[in-house]
Design a protein around this ligand. Structure first.
Ligand code: NDP
Ligand code: 8X3
Length: 248
């Protein structure tokens, strides 16, 4: 299989690249930080093709796809993994630019990549799109405002893809993890405050990027008649809170 992975310079994306290559597949590894991609490509060898990509920039998407050599053009699996959360401020205090960046990356970028690669999959009668959702798209939490909303969009877009793709042989999955450590997610969310980022995982045994990569690999290697519509994972130490009631 040829697997096109966005956000492969860190976290889940890099680990997914390792997992697919270890199992004999080829990966197109995309992100903005090309030095990271080059290092990963050096680790993975000829089975990995690094390509610079900013999913928020339509010209960058067009350029990345145009850079694909002929023998890498038949994408079997698109993993829309690039994404981010910015901040945990309440809605009335959060910077509007942060909201726009999350929407531009997690929603618009994901939609653009999907729209670009889907027609060839439908034409071939096979293919798979795995979108990275989140538990934040299923359950609200304070400070989750736009991040959670972008992931709810990812879930519904994926299910609507399923509605459109019935009968085409092309599959779509929303992969929605909960608390997951060992990636740069919280470092990005807390804008470089690594102490605040580390606190998120204190005293927990979170999911790991390997858990998510192995789940993506499992989804991609199921028989063609099996479609995982949506899958949610949490570490065993994570659960649910009661409703928050403000009493006078
Ligand atoms: P990381 O911060 O470790 O990795 C994010 C990746 O996305 C990086 O490779 C980054 O690369 C890339 N990226 C960000 N913006 C862009 C952009 N504009 N264009 C291209 N690539 C971009 O995060 P995770 O691996 O933890 O998260 C991956 C996905 O999983 C995200 O969608 C996240 O929302 C989701 N998720 C994460 C969870 C967690 O707890 N970690 C839980 C649930 C979902 P670069 O900066 O080089 O461009
Ligand atoms: C990441 C999980 O709970 O930090 O999508 O929003 S959470």
């Amino acid at each position: 299989m040829i697997v096109f992975i966005t956000g492969a310079s860190a976290g889940f994306g890099a680990e997914m690249a390792r997992t697919f290559v270890k199992n004999g597949h080829q990966v197109v590894i995309c992100a903005r930080r090309t030095d990271r991609l080059e290092a990963l490509a050096a680790e993975l060898g000829d089975a990995a093709l690094p390509i610079e990509l900013d999913v928020t920039d339509p010209a960058s998407i067009a350029n990345a796809l145009a850079m694909l050599p002929q023998s890498w053009r038949q994408i079997d699996v698109l993993i829309n993994n690039a994404g981010l959360a910015l901040g945990t401020k309440p809605a009335h205090e959060a910077p509007l630019e942060d909201w726009e960046t999350m929407i531009g990356t997690n929603c618009t970028g994901l939609v653009r990549l999907t729209r670009a690669l889907l027609p060839a999959m439908v034409e071939r009668g096979s293919g798979l799109v795995i979108n990275l959702g989140s538990v934040a798209g299923h359950y609200p939490y304070p400070g989750g405002n736009v991040y959670g909303a972008t992931k709810a969009f990812v879930e519904q877009f994926t299910l609507n893809l399923r509605a459109d793709l019935v009968g085409t042989g092309v599959r779509a999955t929303n992969l929605a993890p909960g608390l997951c450590g060992g990636t740069e997610f919280s470092n990005v969310r807390f804008k470089g405050d690594d102490a605040a980022a580390a606190k998120v995982y204190e005293g927990t045994t979170p999911l790991t990027a390997k858990d998510i990569a192995e789940t993506a690999y499992w989804i991609a290697t199921l028989p063609p008649h099996v479609n995982v519509n949506s899958i949610e994972l949490m570490p065993t130490c994570q659960g649910f809170s009661p409703f928050n009631i403000k009493r006078s």
